[in-house]
Design a protein around this ligand. Structure first.
Ligand code: SF4
Length: 218
């Protein structure tokens, strides 16, 4: 698939995904307009379903509204607030380490560059891209398993892992497509082009897709 075709696919998918639920991190930004809360939501949502994380955030944000609140709260109390989220003990530990890391490395301010955000506890490249893109509305490409898999299925890329996919997308996509890539493709991957047995027979973009690596579909 070439870039011209991918643009047509994105146009189709913008319509297709417009009725689907807004992903958790975007929803957090819409509701709070606060990059700190976006950072917290992205750390908590790692390897956890949005539907679970979404139930945790309101009670957490009642108690933790600022970086200062994170400084004051006890780790055990944080653990209770975010339970039963996946890896809740580790995530509570990362959140507790956040104020110190921000103070020591960035004068207490959340950085807006991916290479700096990844230096924060509990933050990988995927999370950092999401914070920059959603929290600060700056060009970044968050590549999760959906983006990695689907870009390869389309035949737009031939990459082995999400990091390689991110680097290739940064080269091949114009910047004005970076931020929408995650939003559109993740929703599409959750509901249509699912990781195992994608729903190709009802797919709105099947006429463009090369279905690379798809062995089994519905
Ligand atoms: S045709 Fe199948 S593999 Fe291609 S995008 Fe659609 S669901 Fe995914």
């Amino acid at each position: 698939m070439d870039l011209k075709t991918l643009k047509k696919v994105f146009l189709n998918l913008q319509t297709f995904t417009s009725d689907l639920p807004v992903p958790l991190v975007e929803l957090t930004m819409i509701q709070t307009n606060d990059p700190f809360k976006v950072l917290v939501a992205t750390i908590l949502s790692a390897r956890t379903k949005d539907s679970l994380t979404i139930t945790i955030l309101p009670k957490l944000f009642e108690k933790v509204k600022t970086i200062d609140d994170l400084k004051k709260i006890k780790q055990e109390q944080l653990e209770k607030l975010i339970y039963p989220i996946g890896f809740y003990k580790n995530k509570a530990k990362f959140l507790k380490q956040l104020p110190k890391a921000l103070d020591e490395k960035f004068n207490g301010v959340i950085p807006q560059i991916v290479e700096e955000v990844v230096l924060l506890p509990g933050v990988g490249r995927k999370t950092a891209n999401l914070v920059v893109s959603v929290g600060f509305d700056k060009p970044a490409i968050c590549v999760d398993t959906h983006v990695h898999k689907i870009m390869n299925r389309f035949g737009f890329l031939e990459t082995k892992n999400p990091l390689e996919t991110e680097m290739e997308l940064r080269k091949k996509l114009p910047q004005n497509m970076w931020q929408e890539t995650n939003r559109i493709i993740v929703a599409f991957g959750q509901y249509q082009c699912v990781p195992v047995s994608p729903k190709c027979s009802s797919c709105p973009v099947k006429k463009y897709c090369e279905r690379k690596g798809v062995m089994k579909s519905r």
